[in-house]
Write a protein that binds this ligand. Sequence first.
Ligand SMILES: *[C@@H]1O[C@H](CO)[C@@H](O)[C@H](O)[C@H]1NC(C)=O
Ligand SMILES: *[C@@H]1O[C@H](CO)[C@@H](O)[C@H](O)[C@H]1NC(C)=O
Ligand SMILES: *[C@@H]1O[C@H](CO)[C@@H](O)[C@H](O)[C@H]1NC(C)=O
Ligand SMILES: *[C@@H]1O[C@H](CO)[C@@H](O)[C@H](O)[C@H]1NC(C)=O
Ligand SMILES: *[C@@H]1O[C@H](CO)[C@@H](O)[C@H](O)[C@H]1NC(C)=O
Ligand SMILES: *[C@@H]1O[C@H](CO)[C@@H](O)[C@H](O)[C@H]1NC(C)=O
Ligand SMILES: *[C@@H]1O[C@H](CO)[C@@H](O)[C@H](O)[C@H]1NC(C)=O
Ligand SMILES: *[C@@H]1O[C@H](CO)[C@@H](O)[C@H](O)[C@H]1NC(C)=O
Length: 545
Amino acid sequence: MVTVRWLLRTLLVFHLLHFSTSVDTITSTQSIKDGDLIVSIGKIFALGFFSPGNSMKRYVGIWYYQVSEPTIVWVANRDNPVNDTSGILSINTHGNLALFGSNETFPVWSTNIPVTSAKNTVAQLLDSGNLILLRNDTNKLLWQSFDYPTHTLLPFMKLGLNRRTGLNRELTAWKSADDPGTGNFSYRIDPTGFPQLSLYKGTTKWWRSGSWTGQRWSGVPEMTSNYIFNVTFVNNQDEASIVYAVTKPSVTTRMIVNESGFVQRFTWSNADRRWIGFWSAPKEQCDYYGHCGASSNCDPYHEDKFECTCLPGFEPKSPDEWYLRDGSGGCKRKREMSTCQKGEGFVKVARVKIPDTNVTRVEMSYDLKACEEECLKNCSCLGYTSAYGESKGGIGCLTYYGYLIDTRTYTNAGQDLYVRVDAAELALYAKKGSLRKKTILAIGIVSSVATILLLAFAYWLFRRKRADKARDAKNIEFSLTSSLTHFDDSISVKEPDGSRSNFDLPMFQLSTIVAATNNFSPDRKLGEGGFGSVYKVLSSGLLIS
Ligand SMILES: *[C@@H]1O[C@H](CO)[C@@H](O)[C@H](O)[C@H]1NC(C)=O
Ligand SMILES: *[C@@H]1O[C@H](CO)[C@@H](O)[C@H](O)[C@H]1NC(C)=O
Ligand SMILES: *[C@@H]1O[C@H](CO)[C@@H](O)[C@H](O)[C@H]1NC(C)=O
Ligand SMILES: *[C@@H]1O[C@H](CO)[C@@H](O)[C@H](O)[C@H]1NC(C)=O
Ligand SMILES: *[C@@H]1O[C@H](CO)[C@@H](O)[C@H](O)[C@H]1NC(C)=O
Ligand SMILES: *[C@@H]1O[C@H](CO)[C@@H](O)[C@H](O)[C@H]1NC(C)=O
Ligand SMILES: *[C@@H]1O[C@H](CO)[C@@H](O)[C@H](O)[C@H]1NC(C)=O
Ligand SMILES: *[C@@H]1O[C@H](CO)[C@@H](O)[C@H](O)[C@H]1NC(C)=O
């Protein structure tokens, strides 16, 4: 069987390489029949008829002309094969490129554009692998295969949505190696909320590449610099799209969605004469969409522990399932939080692929501080994060409504997510924080002659690398709401030599301070000093005990 396959492949290679005509165009007077080939001008790509795998059916496709392993990058009639070798590809009387089988009046496939003139319409195969249909008198582009991808994304090809026409260029897997028909897996940009690129199985999300963080997709931590690949993401009123360009023309690379539901990138090795797997996804359990259900976080680095953890303020919906290590049911609120209550705030979950952004509201002009205020204002807001969270300081604002789903932790990548919690939970995380050797210092300064008591806090957080003692809190760093979150730097105390020092100062229970300052409410803030923010407290004497 293997040898038969090998023989077929070899024959195919022979077939592909040695049928020759040197034209790169199809015109109204020059069509191609099964067995003919057109080749792009630089002899990079070829177009002709082929039969995939063990199939005898005939398809029109595009493949690399010089790559010795037969590699189909595009298929015209993927769902309508020609059963014999009667196929003819030609410009029909309406100016469409059409594939005819034995029925000479009804094409099995056509470019299906509005009627134009056949006389001046030509189809041309370009060195990029793009098959274009254009008017040779006006040079007007009528149709291009790059707008109708099959399972392969070639360099310079655009993936994504044209918001004006509604055209969404997506990749769709083959049914099998023997059948290039439209399979169950597709990879596309969903513009709902904040645009994301996701792999779907049928209509359900399978794996999210996630939203664009400014440099890469939030679910693809491997995507680093623009070395060799020059990636351009565009999100404006006209489109939401991505283009992977290559800066070195000698690099032959392609990305595909394969029939078993993986996105793979390959590069061609001239030396080894084979495709080298460069990258693929999904990789681990935490990558699969909603592996841990709503309101939870998937942390694959939890050693000998269950990878699912509830987000701050949440607990397992079904403790039994959770105990049995099935986290798909997700988590529920420990206490109901439907109305804005006093003392609510946010707990930071660090270094994550942010939850599904299709339920977010986007404000690109907001910074993180404004974002927090926006979220705190609306009682149904569940949390917030920066839109481009990996850019320095973060750019823009995403606020979540409805649910937080498909969050996962990374070790050296990811964005910070701020989850809304009630006052009790906030105090709990404050305690956890001290458990992990985060020291919080508070300086109370009594300074007024009147009944006003002024307080200055110096907060200083330092992190010891004794992670063993604090594994529980390893990936959930907390921070307190309002001013504190954002004055981390201003409240840390630096010695002249740059080292950080401890202060011999009175210490207060954090919850006491939270209560006294009405949760660091801005209206209780008096100003900021060298040590941090200064607050008016509710009752004098409360802190002096
Ligand atoms: C356009 O293509 C037609 C064939 O379809 C050809 O006869 C004609 O000469 C071409 N015109 C130009 C300007 O190239
Ligand atoms: C090929 O054969 C299948 C099944 O026998 C049939 O449904 C289909 O219409 C045929 N296609 C063409 C182009 O004749
Ligand atoms: C071609 O296909 C059309 C539509 O399926 C059908 O009506 C017609 O009879 C077919 N012609 C031939 C010659 O098979
Ligand atoms: C696609 O999904 C359907 C329904 O789950 C299944 O019956 C079918 O076999 C799948 N097709 C392929 C090519 O995997
Ligand atoms: C990368 O792509 C952008 C936009 O397409 C282009 O302006 C830039 O010149 C490219 N950079 C390189 C190194 O190719
Ligand atoms: C699809 O890609 C995955 C990951 O690279 C690989 O393990 C699998 O064998 C591929 N499936 C097919 C049918 O090529
Ligand atoms: C967001 O995506 C999830 C998962 O695919 C889907 O169930 C939900 O309906 C989507 N919500 C919106 C508002 O598009
Ligand atoms: C809160 O946000 C939801 C979802 O975007 C919106 O429907 C609602 O009007 C907002 N409420 C207020 C008070 O802004």
